[in-house]
Design a protein around this ligand. Structure first.
Ligand code: NAP
Length: 274
């Protein structure tokens, strides 16, 4: 039981397809005591059976990260019900639709601010507010995507947010290392979730990644969950400030690999076909 004795909070479970659910499940199976959050009343009902499944029915709290009072209230609830915590999972992102389609240079200031506040600043604010109840051997984990490092069609505003998030992880890691708090990100390959449904041509992204990653497959929430659990556990006690790719190796590819057709001629699968 790798996570036995560890307690933590996981933000960003929308349903059992969420990446945060995959992380929560692996943590629970390895003995962690977890709390989870929901965005608003509509999601409270949906999350009740998931909380039961994760063994944390009594620890399901509201937290819209755009509302500082809800973050403060979350800290009070966690302190009352769990005392100290050892980990935080931040698996949250949002950009207005206009930021995920059309021409990049048409993005408005309003959309930019919303995306940066919810997808980036919230990681700082949550850690800031929860720090007084974090143990001296804690781990913070957030979720990124390759579109924060290289251009990805339609990812637009979220690409800029993920770039900022990845640097935020590094600055936070330096700042909090002396307090015994590690901060890391997982850059996950594309997975069909609610958030992913907002990204144009997402099905093509899945096909493309499967065809062109070294492992010739897409990743699952269980695989991301296992890597997440490692980064939250003492197995990664000397790892901080990292952006750890869990993407079947897709990020190492500089060009699609050459494949051969039936006549032995070299061909490149430009259309996402293997
Ligand atoms: P998801 O299941 O839709 O999870 C996204 C979560 O963010 C939802 O629980 C959503 O809540 C929450 N959220 C949005 N705005 C919020 C706010 N103001 N306050 C609190 N929570 C808020 O999708 P996911 O794919 O698992 O996304 C989780 C993270 O993984 C995101 O950071 C995403 O960018 C990242 N990621 C995803 C992929 C992928 O291909 N799916 C790949 C790499 C990285 P509601 O659903 O209740 O609105």
């Amino acid at each position: 039981m790798i996570m036995k004795g560890k307690k933590g909070v996981i933000l960003g479970i929308a349903n059992n397809k969420s990446i945060a659910y995959g992380i929560a499940k692996q943590c629970q199976e390895q003995g962690a005591e977890i709390a989870i959050t929901f965005l608003n009343e509509r999601f409270e009902k949906k999350l009740a059976p998931i909380a039961e499944d994760l063994g944390c029915s009594g620890k399901l709290y509201p937290c819209d990260v755009s509302n500082p009072d809800e973050i403060k209230a979350l800290k009070e609830s966690l302190e009352k019900d769990m005392g100290e915590i050892d980990f935080i999972v931040h698996s949250i992102a949002f950009a207005p639709k206009e930021g995920l389609t059309g021409r990049f240079t048409d993005i408005t200031k309003d959309a930019f601010e919303v995306a940066m506040n919810i997808s980036v600043y919230s990681l700082i604010e949550i850690t800031q507010v929860l720090k007084p109840i974090m143990s001296k051997n804690s781990s913070v984990l957030t979720l990124s995507y390759y579109g924060g490092d290289k251009y990805i069609p339609n990812y637009n505003l979220m690409g800029v947010a993920k770039a900022a998030l990845e640097m935020t992880v590094k600055y936070m890691a330096e700042d909090l290392g002396k307090d015994g708090i590690r901060v890391n990100a997982i850059s996950a390959g594309p997975i069909k979730t609610l958030a992913a449904a907002g990204i144009g041509e997402f099905r093509f992204m899945l096909k493309w990644n499967e065809a062109h990653s070294p492992m010739k497959k897409n990743v699952t929430t269980t695989e991301v969950g296992n890597s997440g659990m490692y980064l939250l556990s003492d197995l990664s006690s000397a790892v901080t400030g990292e952006v750890h790719y869990v993407d079947g190796g897709y990020n190492i590819m500089g060009m699609p690999a050459v494949s051969f057709d039936e006549e032995g001629k070299q061909s490149i699968a430009w259309n996402g076909e293997k």
